[in-house]
Design a protein around this ligand. Structure first.
Ligand code: PMP
Length: 288
């Protein structure tokens, strides 16, 4: 596998970062997880825009133009002869001294890995996923806005471990007010009386690229969709539930904490949104 690292395309065995890189020492950096479908880098411009906003939010000045980041991402895919896959683009604060001081890191580190991913077993896409509510709360936006896709994923990782300990592959994270923020690595949606509802970013959700795609898909299909504060009660009483993410795509959720949601089967509105999503993935983005 060929990896892009700091200006060079190198073999993955040689793709190594310094132990003094602040991405490693402090989780000081930002990243994106992007999908490639039949040679189309899905919504790449949107991913790069989110990356640039994440960098701006942590005062990390990027020496690359948007076009350069797009070109590097596409070239990494090409060098690996990849037509379908998952791309991880990471920018760290760079190499510096011990000590937090980001201003002592002269230049950011950039690497791009173009590989594959299968997050959830196939059967869950057909039968639906059983998820749980995890005890760890989503980090408060006043401490670190979850809208920043930063290298600080410990909050989500604790949630992920708790979900696994409860026998589930994904878990809902509540915010410190008890409203649903999102899942550990996916956005959450419910369907109630024909309308699709999802928590807003201000409740602690990442502005997911797949989440955005759901808004466009719902518009196409004439399905009403809105942002609204949600509690677990709303999921208990929902007709349908599903989660979205670049890696996960769109997966129906049929159980929460052992309670059956709706009739316990993937719902028709989820299926329509998924079909619309499938049509979009090879069309919207940057062709290799
Ligand atoms: N929330 C979190 C915490 C995430 O890490 C992700 C990405 N895996 C998502 C939501 C989904 O975002 P996207 O659709 O852009 O992948």
């Amino acid at each position: 596998m060929i990896v892009y690292l700091d200006g060079k395309y190198v073999d993955s065995n040689e793709a190594k970062v310094s132990v003094f890189d602040h991405g490693l020492l402090y989780g000081d950096g930002v990243f994106e997880g992007i999908r490639l479908y039949e040679g189309n880098v899905f919504r790449l411009a949107e991913h790069i825009e989110r990356l640039e906003y994440s960098a701006k939010a942590i005062l990390l000045e990027l020496p690359w133009t948007t076009q350069e980041l797009i070109d590097i991402t596409c070239e990494t895919c090409r060098r690996n002869n990849l037509r379908d896959g998952y791309i991880r683009l990471v920018i760290t604060r760079g190499v510096g001294d011990l000590g937090l001081a980001p201003w002592l890191c002269p230049k950011p580190t950039l690497f791009v890995i173009a590989s594959t991913i299968q997050l959830y077993p196939k059967e869950h896409y057909e039968k639906g996923l059983a998820i749980v509510t995890v005890p760890t709360r989503r980090i408060n936006p006043a401490a670190l806005p979850p809208t920043v896709k930063s290298l600080n994923y410990l909050n989500n990782i604790l949630g992920k471990i708790e979900a696994k300990q409860a026998g589930a592959l994904e878990g809902i994270m509540l915010n410190d007010q008890g409203y649903i923020a999102e899942c550990t690595a996916d956005n959450l949606f419910i369907v109630h009386k024909g309308a699709v509802i999802t928590p807003s970013a201000s409740q602690g959700a990442l502005k997911g690229i797949t989440r955005d795609t759901m808004f466009d898909a719902a518009k196409d299909l004439g399905i009403p969709m809105r942002e609204q504060n949600l509690t677990r009660y709303d999921v208990w009483c929902a007709d349908e539930c599903f989660i979205t993410g670049s890696a996960a795509e769109v997966i129906p959720v049929v159980k929460l904490d052992g309670r059956v949601i709706g009739d316990g089967k993937p719902g028709p509105i989820t299926a329509k949104l998924l079909a619309n999503f499938r049509q979009r993935v090879t069309r919207e983005g940057v062709k290799l």
